[in-house]
Design a binder for this molecule. Sequence first.
Ligand code: FAD
Length: 397
Amino acid sequence: SRAKVVVIGGGYGGATAAKYVRLLSDHKIDVVLIEPDEAFVSCPLSNLVLGGSKQMADITTPYSGLSKNHGITVVRDRASAIDTAKKTVTLAGGPVIGYDKLVVSPGVELLFGSIEGLQAANASGQILQAWKAGPETEALRKQLQAMPDGGVYAITIPEAPYRCPPGPYERACQVAWYFKNAKPRSKVIILDANQDVTSKGPLFKKVWAEQYAGIIEYRAQHKAVAVDAKAGLIKFDIQDDLKANVINALPSMRAGAIAVQAGLNNQANKSWCGVNYLTFESTAARDVHVLGDSIQIAPGMPKSGHMANNHGKVAAAAIVAQLSGWEVNPAPMLANTCYSFVDNRSVVHVASVHEYVAAEKTFKTVAGSGGLSPGPTELEGVYALNWAQNIWADTLT
Ligand code: FAD
C-alpha cells in the first residue's frame, strides 16, 4: 500500500514539507495537511498592515494551490491529539488519521501566564499580540487608528528565543511611520526584556535616531511582568509602571501546543522540541518530524519563516529517502534572509548560511556568509517584496 505522510500545520514549515514530499516522491507518497485556517496569512509583511501601507489581502494566499497543483489532501481542522505509539492523529472534528510519517509544524504557543493579567486582557480584546498574522493584525491596526494624536503605543518583547527576532523592532518602525504621517505627536515605546536589541541592532538604532527621533524610544532590560488593561498600565520586575494607550504585549513563547501535548518538547525547560538536525526527526518520538519555530534551534539559527521553509525541504527529502529506502542526504544546508521594512519602502536585512557538521551533529553558521546590510535602501525594499512573493509561491503554489 502507499505510504502516507500527515502534516500538522500549514505554515512556512508544514506547507513546504507537504509540497516537497509530493514533488520528491514523484507523487507516490500520499500527503494529508491539517490546518484550521481557511487561508495562509503571512506574518512576514504583516507589520506593513499595521503601518497601513499593505492590506490583509496582500498577505493572504489560499491553500487551494496545494490541493490542485500537488494532490495534497487539505483538511480544514485542528489536530487535537497525537498518539506516537499507535501512529495516529486525532482531529478536533472527530476523525482519527493514521500515518507512516508525521510532520509537526504548529508554530509557537504564547505563554499568557508569563505576564499577569494578559490572558484576560487578550480574551476581552483589550491587549493584543498579533504575533500570528490574522484577525489580531486587523484589530491592532484599528486600535492604532482609534488612538488620539499624542498617545503612546508600547510593545513589550520577551527574552529570546522568541518567534522572529527582528519582528518587534520592525513593528516599532511601522507604527512610528504611521504616527509620523498621521498623528505626529504620538510615541512608540519599546520595552525589551533583553540586554539590547536582539537583531540588526546597529541598523535599527540608526533608523530610530535618524528617521524617528522623538517618536521611538527604546528601553532595554525592561521585563514586563503584569498588565492592567483597564488602567492602561504595564508593570515591570524593577522599573516604574508605564502608561500607554495601545499596549502590544508579547509574552514568552514555546513550541506550539500540540507539540507540547504530544510530549515532543524535551529541550530548554520543556520549551522547545529537540530534533536530529539531519532529518528533523524528533528526539522524543520515532517517525515524527518537527519543523519551524517549535524546534530547539542550533546557535545562530533564527525562528523565521525562511528557516522553517528550509527545514521543510530538508525534512521532506529525509522522509522520502527513509520511506523509499534511499540514503539520507548527509550534508544538508540551510539559508536565512530576514528583511525588515523601516518605513513603507526602505529595508534592511540580515542573512546567514548554516551547514550540517556531522562530527558535532549540529548546524553551524558558515564563516563569512551573510551579515547585515549597510543601511536601509529602497532597492532592498523591492528585493523584500519579491522575497515574499517567491517564498509564498515556493511554499503554497
Ligand atoms: P507558522 O507559519 O505559524 O505555521 C503554523 C501553522 O500551524 C498555523 O497555520 C497554525 O494555524 C497551524 N496549527 C497550529 N496548531 C495546530 C493544530 N493543533 N492542528 C493543525 N494546525 C495547527 N520570518 C521571516 O523569515 N521573514 C520575515 O520577514 C518575518 N517577519 C515576521 C513578522 C512578524 C510580525 C512575525 C510575528 C513573524 C515574522 N517572521 C518572519 C517569522 C515567521 O512568521 C515564523 O518564523 C514562521 O511562521 C514559522 O513557521 P512555522 O511553520 O513554524 O509556523
